[in-house]
Design a protein around this ligand. Structure first.
Ligand code: GN1
Ligand code: MG
Length: 387
């Protein structure tokens, strides 16, 4: 999610936008909300679901986030909702029983429909759900300061901490094999060999980039298989813009809980570094603008380890830097796969968008390779200082 964008009604699409907003009013009325709807605005920059901010009046009433769930990707909506409900209830219970211990951290709540369920299945086949909106909060696509990175690290560390006493295996695996590199590579290779969109020829360099690095990318799954790193309840989509900040730039929540499921904590650390310590946007076209910002990396890691050092084991700590490379690789691989497959998964905004995203990820990965030793030293210094 990112700062709220007002809806832009182009002349020829006025009627369409009007109809769409009327439909949204109708969807909102299916949920058991407080106050009256004042306006509904598109929200965020997610690549999968459609999100709207529902602003109510009076001003003191709760505002909401309405989302249309992409059920082509999240095919089992009841299981998806069940995971979110369990994790948010667990965390909210802790926040309530120990107020003051967590520095104003909040977690959003699902809202019931008038029928008492937590999602609405509309006649046209769509699935909708509604969350409380965290008041006075904002997310950012680009990390502006070290303090933001530090705060972000604390927020994702705290999320993992608050969920760390849940039995991970009791949650549904919503997207099976989501960060499983063997599965991702097998899909990629079969698409490269079938070439359904005729795009393989122009992506030879990127395909070679993937193949040159594939061997070491099995590390995390192997550590799991060897029993050296445990499964936790993890977020699995820790893009920096899934952190909410208050006006004083304190991180007060993490959102986008669709992929909360059993996973390795390394996935969450790595994905946050991919987006939170890069000097460029996720889809930056000018590759010379992309680098790993070591000061942001250090700040995020300090914040994260302050919360996570109690539950991380040594193997996890030693692979934190590797996880940043791994997540940058696997998400670059997914963008490239989607490009070669004809852009069916991620929302794209222009031809070649997924290829541009993949190239940006690969550049970032090269920068991480270049600064790997320094990144390891940073983690070592923070860990040594802590224990
Ligand atoms: C998708 O929808 P969004 O933007 O939060 C994707 C993540 C990727 C991310 C890349 C369910 O997340 O895995 O890391 O795009 N979510 C899913 O920006 O595939
Ligand atoms: Mg997401």
């Amino acid at each position: 999610m990112c700062p709220i964008v007002p809806i832009v009604v182009k002349k020829n699409s006025k009627q369409k936008a009007h109809t769409q907003m009327n439909n949204l009013d109708n969807i909102v009325s299916q949920f058991n909300t407080e106050g009256w709807v004042q306006r509904i605005e598109p929200l965020g920059s997610g690549h999968i679901n459609d999100s709207y901010l529902v602003i109510t009046h009076p001003d003191t009433a709760q505002d909401y986030v309405l989302q249309r769930i992409n059920h082509h990707i999240f095919t089992n909506v009841p299981e998806l909702i069940s995971n979110i409900l369990r994790v948010t209830n667990h965390i909210n219970a802790k926040l309530q029983h120990q107020p003051g211990d967590f520095n104003g951290f909040e977690i959003t709540r699902l809202i019931r429909t008038n029928e008492g369920t937590y999602y609405f299945h509309s006649q046209d086949g769509n699935y909708w759900r509604m969350y409380t909106h965290i008041r006075n909060s904002q997310s950012y696509d680009i990390v502006g300061t070290k303090n933001m990175a530090f705060e972000g690290g604390k927020a994702f560390g705290l999320f993992q901490h608050l969920a760390s006493d849940m039995d991970a295996s009791s949650l549904y695996e919503i997207l099976p094999g989501f960060h499983n590199i063997a599965i991702r590579l097998a899909t990629f290779r079969s698409i490269v060999s079938e070439d359904p969109a005729g795009r393989v020829k122009q992506a030879r360099e990127e395909i070679a980039f993937i193949e040159a690095r594939c061997a070491e990318m099995h590390t995390i799954v192997q550590l799991g298989e060897q029993g050296l790193i445990p499964l936790h309840v993890t977020h699995n989509d820790t893009k920096f813009n899934n952190i909410l900040f208050n006006p004083g730039m304190k991180a007060i929540s993490v959102v986008d809980l669709d992929t909360v499921m059993p996973g390795y904590v390394l996935f969450d650390f790595g994905d946050a570094i991919r987006t939170g310590a890069s000097t460029g946007k996720e889809d930056e076209a000018d590759l010379s603008r992309i680098n790993i910002d070591l000061a942001l990396f250090k700040a995020y890691s300090r914040g994260y380890l302050a919360m996570a050092h109690n539950f991380l084991n040594d193997t996890e700590t030693r692979h934190l830097v590797f996880s940043a490379k791994f997540m940058t690789y696997i998400i670059g691989l997914r963008f490239l796969t989607d490009h070669l497959n004809g852009d069916h998964y991620f929302k794209t905004y222009f031809p070649g968008h997924n290829l541009q995203r993949a190239r940006a990820q690969f550049r970032l990965l090269q920068c991480m390779e270049h600064h790997y030793a320094e990144m390891q030293e940073i983690i070592h210094a923070i860990t040594y200082q802590k224990h």
